[in-house]
Design a protein around this ligand. Sequence first.
Ligand code: ADP
Ligand code: MG
Ligand code: MG
Ligand code: MG
Ligand code: MG
Length: 443
Amino acid sequence: MSGDDVSRILEQIEKDRVKFIRLQFTDIIGMAKNVAIPAKQAEKALTDGISFDGSSIQGFARIEESDMVLKPDISTYRILPWRPDTMRAARFICDIYTPKGKPFEGDPRYILRKQVEEAAKMGYIFNTGPELEFFLFRQEDGKPSLELQDTGGYFDLAPTDLAEDVRRDIIIALTDMGFDIEASHHEVAESQHEIDFKYGDALMTADNVITFKFATKTIALQRGLHASFMAKPIFGINGSGMHTNCSLSTMDGQNAFYDPAAPLQLSDIAMKFIAGILKHVKAITRVANPTINSYKRLVPGYEAPVYIGWSASNRTALVRVPAPRGRSTRVELRSPDPTCNPYLTFAAILAAGLDGIKNDLEPPKSADKNIFHMTAGQRKDEGIDTLPGSLFESNQFLMADPLICNALGSHIVENLNLIAEIEWDSFRTAVTDWETKRYLATY
Ligand code: ADP
Ligand code: MG
Ligand code: MG
Ligand code: MG
Ligand code: MG
């Protein structure tokens, strides 16, 4: 960062009458973290960075090497629109460095940066367009409840869609923070919503996912509601996904997935990218679906993907090629859910896609029939495999996939492994309601 950049942003901070600055970053499990500093510390933050103790952040560092430095990315300067004007606050998203000035291997943003650079070496920019779904629950006594806020359904209008006002406020806040909102609608389940924003390069979009989640939670809370991005909060109704639309563009801005002369108008590059995703999707699942609960969404009957396949005509396929072509030519991976760390998820998807390109992988025949209507035998004949059924399984697939492990780096992989083991053990040993209902009276 040049001295000019620093003075320009310092002037902006003063002009905006900002009192507090939040230095934001993301931990390994995708939680937004921040430290607040008074605006007069901005210069120090922008030049030397701000030190913090990494040992108290999940998956960061051991005690003996815990000093970390936050360095703001000045392109991420945004006013937090929900803070009062008299107490104006702005945020920067930060990159994390070791005290020796090296990028920290446990910083998910750095992991994505590295993968994006890998794509750039091959002449590509990776674009993602995530579609985040979420539920609005009522807050009761200051805590989230499972009380649904409305009983609307897909694309419903007020008065069923009580959330119209909340959604509008969320959209206003996001727009103030620089989002280009494309659409918003009531989702299929009661009290479930989707707000779509325009795709962009993967690093910016991953930042946006984090901002989207905390802005949505903040605005909802102002209206006594809890916005939940949990993958499957209620048994029996659709869970929440984070479909991830992906494309590569060349440095001159052409969509590298579009080829008007090719079958389906999908370029060779697009086909190889699809093949790479399908090859590595079981390992990708560990990061795209990182909670025990994530796997309760990936079951038949609720529009979520279960079987490994791709299609340009079938909406239920794991990898779908939506109809638009030209600039909008893209590949949609439908398995990720919004509990994922977007930096790690995008890095894993990109690494897989690039592997497909580097090694000229070919995708299997597309699965254009509704796979959910096939019998187990038919799926076997067609060679259609299934996604991992649990965090335990997907973690094993990650450990067995050197390419994805290498993309995430050993620091992240070791921590993901540890987290999965602890989480799985806690779940495996818990005695649940389901078990007591099923067995207590009978035995
Ligand atoms: P769906 O039909 O799956 O519900 P949506 O319309 O809700 O799709 O969302 C589509 C997403 O894809 C949007 O975020 C949009 O910006 C994004 N998108 C459009 N073109 C591209 C592209 N070339 N690369 C990546 N994402 C794209
Ligand atoms: Mg959508
Ligand atoms: Mg749509
Ligand atoms: Mg949706
Ligand atoms: Mg979609």
